[in-house]
Design a protein around this ligand. Structure first.
Ligand code: NAI
Ligand code: MG
Length: 322
């Protein structure tokens, strides 16, 4: 049976890096790609950043590959994460040989809570002077994240939080996560999220898998991107019980969009995660290794100090696969 993959390019460099990743997927398997739109351009055309057909297709698909949306990112990616009922965002931040990284010893996977915290959409404007935000934390979502973390990292993981200040919400998060880990006999080490930001810059080697609330995971994984050589390298997976959506951590990069020089690595590495999720472990590994050897030997895009185009890099990765 041919596997069906929903593809949503979005805006900006999404239109460049997603086709690159699709051509890599085409090189390793027999997939059927179903394309749908989302983002600023569709909104301009139709008034809606996330058309119903796109939402329904993503909700029904086994797997989706997404690029990025511009101004409408929150209106697109937050509902799409809900569409796949994603309870965890897996974000590996790894320094690759050959890439000029601030901290070449970095190899961390962030497991970020994906639907709650301050991104749950409960913001209010109460007066001309006052706006408020409600932070949502449930035991059930925190425990589901913890169960995933225990399977993912049975050797143990860090839990980043700020329960010393947000005693109720992060207290609940911490207690739920460490509670599940204790029950399963998985070791955890707590770290305050602000202190983590310092520790990870000074000595990233001490961290392997880090479980975080939503906003902390967003910010700290972008920080780690800085340690490993930039946003063009970080893939991510939004995992739900029945389906999943894969996307680079970066956005639409308006400063370079349309120039054909975006680094496709993050999206191609996201495609490798997609392959593994669908059970194509060998193909996933092959794609990851092809990206690694291309990062090491070149060609490289300008963000990594090279002068190659997105297409040059993609072709080199596909050549490595052969
Ligand atoms: P960004 O990730 O788009 O860009 C930040 C910097 O990293 C820029 O200098 C950009 O050129 C560089 N960069 C990012 N990806 C790159 C790649 N693959 N190759 C080479 N360089 C790369 O973040 P920014 O500038 O904060 O946001 C731009 C737009 O993207 C905004 O409209 C924002 O809303 C949207 N965005 C969307 C996301 C999504 O759809 N999931 C996530 C983050 C931002
Ligand atoms: Mg982000």
């Amino acid at each position: 049976m041919t596997e069906e993959i929903v593809v949503v390019e979005g805006d900006g460099i999404g239109k460049e890096v997603v086709p690159a990743a699709v051509s890599v997927l085409e090189a390793v398997g027999d997939f059927e790609f179903v394309r749908h739109d989302a983002g600023d351009a569709v909104k301009e055309e139709t008034g809606e950043a996330l058309p119903r057909e796109t939402y329904d297709a993503v909700a029904a698909a086994d797997a989706t590959l997404f690029g990025a949306a511009g101004e409408t990112a929150a209106d697109v990616i937050l509902p799409l994460r809900t569409a796949v009922e994603s309870f965890v965002n897996v974000r590996p931040a790894r320094a690759y040989p050959g890439v000029d990284a601030l901290r070449p010893e970095t190899d961390i996977v962030f497991l970020r809570e994906n639907t709650e915290g301050v991104y749950s959409g409960h913001e209010d404007r109460l007066s001309d002077d006052l706006s408020t935000l409600t932070r949502v934390v449930t035991t059930s979502a925190s425990e589901r994240l913890a169960e995933f973390a225990c399977d993912y990292a049975p050797e143990g993981f860090h839990v980043a939080h700020k329960a010393n200040v947000m005693r109720e919400t992060d207290g609940r998060f911490r207690d739920a996560v460490t509670g599940v880990a204790d029950e399963k006999g998985v070791e955890t080490e707590e770290v305050l999220m602000d202190a983590f930001a310092t520790h990870v810059c000074l000595d990233p080697e001490q961290f392997d898998v880090v479980v975080c609330p939503n906003l902390a995971g967003d910010v700290l994984s972008d920080l780690a991107a800085g340690l490993v050589g930039g946003l063009g390298l970080l893939p991510s997976a939004n995992i739900g019980s029945d389906n999943a959506l894969f996307e680079p951590v970066h956005g639409t990069a308006p400063d370079i969009a349309g120039e054909g020089v975006a680094n496709p690595s993050a999206t191609i590495l996201s495609a490798a995660m997609l392959l593994e999720h669908l059970g194509y472990d060998e193909e996933g590994t092959a794609v990851r290794e092809a990206v690694e050897s291309t990062l090491s030997d070149g060609p490289r895009t300008p963000d990594l100090g090279g002068d190659a185009s997105t297409e040059d890099v993609t072709e080199a990765i596909i050549d490595e696969l052969d």
